[in-house]
Design a protein around this ligand. Structure first.
Ligand SMILES: Nc1nc(=O)c2c([nH]1)NC[C@@H]1CN(c3ccc(C(=O)N[C@@H](CCC(=O)O)C(=O)O)cc3)CN21
Ligand SMILES: O=c1ccn([C@H]2C[C@H](O)[C@@H](COP(=O)(O)O)O2)c(=O)[nH]1
Length: 263
């Protein structure tokens, strides 16, 4: 059985049992717990939920939009038939100086790839989307805003810091898409994927997601083995991967659980 389901559903169960009820910016109240952590050994398992269907290709397109295209233009994402950012699009078609904009602005991915290849024991390998000066100019301030990278024993390890995690919609995407990202970066620099540690500062469940997540909890006993991630083997240029080069082998799951996104 997939440990992604176990770790994720343990957090969901804890929030439902002991979460603090509070309102927030969106007006849809949440149950929340601070400092929730998941950790996956990517050599052992690809983390994706099986207790519900996760839109894998959509999640992959979003992470490539941010890290590879380094774009803030929602229309680029729409061209790939991905609509998860539609609600935050400004009249100019962008999300302002958020996400991909901050990677491009400082060539953060190029610098990361260069350090991983040429100075892997560097302890300053951080990609941060949190730019204090530009925060007022973002349609949404980045949630999964920082990654810290480490190379140990030929393995690429990554810690993702997420300030705010929507357990129903955002987190299932984030855990899977950052796992894909680590695999892609590892393959690009000739390392094996290692630990992926996912830290969520404010882990919350929107009130209108509670029923769907209870349904998912009830499926726990039927969780299945994780699928295998299959990436085109010949590609070592991070910028050359396309969504078609990234697939899941044998993704079995227990079906969709639609939830409404709080804007
Ligand atoms: N409240 C909130 N939660 C989020 O997770 C979130 C935001 N806002 N704002 C920015 C992005 C947009 N995100 C989203 C938005 C929608 C889905 C969503 O509707 N997912 C569906 C499938 C979508 C599809 O198939 O294309 C799902 O069932 O997971 C997921 C992530 C994540 N982020
Ligand atoms: O990658 C993402 C992006 C967004 N979210 C969620 C977390 C919150 O529910 C909202 C953002 O609202 P804030 O008031 O700015 O925290 O979006 C996510 O989980 N993952």
């Amino acid at each position: 059985m997939s440990t992604a389901d176990t770790q994720y559903l343990n957090i969901v169960e804890n929030i439902l049992a002991r979460g603090y009820y509070a309102n927030n910016r969106t007006g849809v109240p949440t149950y929340k717990l601070p400092h929730q952590i998941m950790q996956f050994d990517l050599a052992e398992e690809f983390p994706i939920l099986t207790t519900k269907f996760v839109a894998f290709k959509t999640a992959v397109k979003e992470i490539l939009w941010i890290w590879q295209l380094q774009s803030n233009d929602v229309r680029e994402l729409q061209k790939m038939n991905c609509h998860v950012w539609d609600e935050w699009m400004r009249p100019d078609g962008t999300i302002g100086k958020a996400y991909g904009y901050q990677i491009r602005k400082y060539k953060q991915v190029d610098k990361l790839l260069d350090m991983l290849r040429n100075d892997p024991q560097n302890r300053r390998m951080i990609v941060s989307l949190w730019n204090i000066e530009d925060l007022p100019d973002m349609a949404l301030q980045p949630c999964a805003f920082q990654t810290l990278w480490d190379v140990t024993d030929g393995r690429l390890n990554c810690m993702l810091i997420q300030r705010s995690g929507d357990m129903g919609l955002g987190v299932p995407f984030n855990m899977t898409q950052y796992a894909v990202l680590i695999h892609l970066i590892a393959q690009s620099v000739g390392l094996q994927p290692g630990l992926f540690t996912h830290v969520i500062n404010n882990a919350h469940i929107y009130e209108n997601h509670v029923e769907a997540l209870k349904t998912q909890l009830a499926r726990r006993g039927e969780a299945m083995d994780a699928p295998k991630l299959v990436i085109a083997k010949d590609i070592t240029d991070f910028y050359a991967f396309t969504p078609d080069d990234i697939a899941l082998d044998n993704y079995r799951h227990l079906g969709k659980l639609p939830m409404e996104v709080a804007v």
